[in-house]
Design a protein around this ligand. Structure first.
Ligand SMILES: Nc1ncnc2c1ncn2[C@@H]1O[C@H](COP(=O)(O)OP(=O)(O)O)[C@@H](O)[C@H]1O
Ligand SMILES: [Mg+2]
Length: 215
């Protein structure tokens, strides 16, 4: 479902990724680990076609980095949920709006949007917070809003870039449990992390990267 063949990325002449090959199957849960600067976020950016390799090929679903057309990129991005360390919520929108906006752009009708947003907020334990603004929520709640937004379009994969990086251990555990639950329903998860406690607790295939190379 996701395949990297000998992917090289250079920025300003410096190698960021070198001969990276990997594969993520439908419904898999995979960790991407490695020190800061190893190339984890770069791998995630390649998957949602925010970045293109200088050499090698990235294949996501039926799209290839070599052939994808600019107009196809928004469609493939809708099938990929993305979660970041710093949540990246819109601070001037409520919890409800942050999640609903991801559906609005797809032209789903408003009664359907309401039904789906309320269902996902309930699942995430956030229905009471739907009219609150992000800064009124705890870090864990904000990250759950970000996860709700990431899955509202029913993506085939969620890319989580150090999603517990700003959270305390207990809250980190809750976020992992949430991602596990999403994965159990069939959505693949690729999580960049250096939280070794979590990796030990929830065991999944682990891809290690260092200085732009798989190790
Ligand atoms: N836009 C950029 N311009 C210059 N260097 C970059 C850019 N993005 C990433 N890098 C460099 O590429 C390397 C890998 O970055 P990144 O993928 O963000 O690592 P990680 O997520 O594992 O911390 C780092 O050395 C980083 O400084
Ligand atoms: Mg990173």
């Amino acid at each position: 479902m996701i395949e990297f063949y000998n992917v090289n990325v250079q920025i300003d002449g410096k190698y960021i990724l070198r001969e990276v090959s990997l594969r993520i199957l439908k419904g898999e849960f995979v960790y991407l680990i490695g020190p800061s600067g190893a190339g984890k976020s770069t791998i995630l950016r390649l998957i949602y076609f925010d970045l293109f390799p200088q050499a090698g090929t990235v294949i996501v679903d039926k799209y290839s980095s070599a052939k994808i057309r600019r107009k196809d990129i928004p469609y493939i991005r809708r099938k990929i949920g993305v979660v970041f360390q710093d949540f990246k919520l819109l601070t001037d929108r409520t919890v409800y709006e942050n999640v609903a906006l991801a559906l609005r752009v797809t032209g789903v009708k408003s009664s359907e949007i309401k039904r789906r947003v309320m269902r996902i907020l309930t699942e995430m334990g956030l229905s009471q917070k739907r009219n609150h603004y992000p800064q009124e929520l705890s870090g864990g709640e904000q990250q759950r809003v970000a996860i709700a937004r990431a899955v509202i379009n029913e993506p085939f994969i969620v890319l989580a870039d150090e999603p517990t990086g700003n959270l305390d251990p207990r809250t980190s555990l809750e976020i992992l449990e949430t991602l596990e639950r999403i994965n159990k329903k069939g959505t693949a998860v690729l999580m960049a992390t250096h939280n070794y406690d979590l990796i030990r607790k929830f065991k999944h295939r682990t891809i290690k990267i260092n200085r732009g190379m798989i190790v």
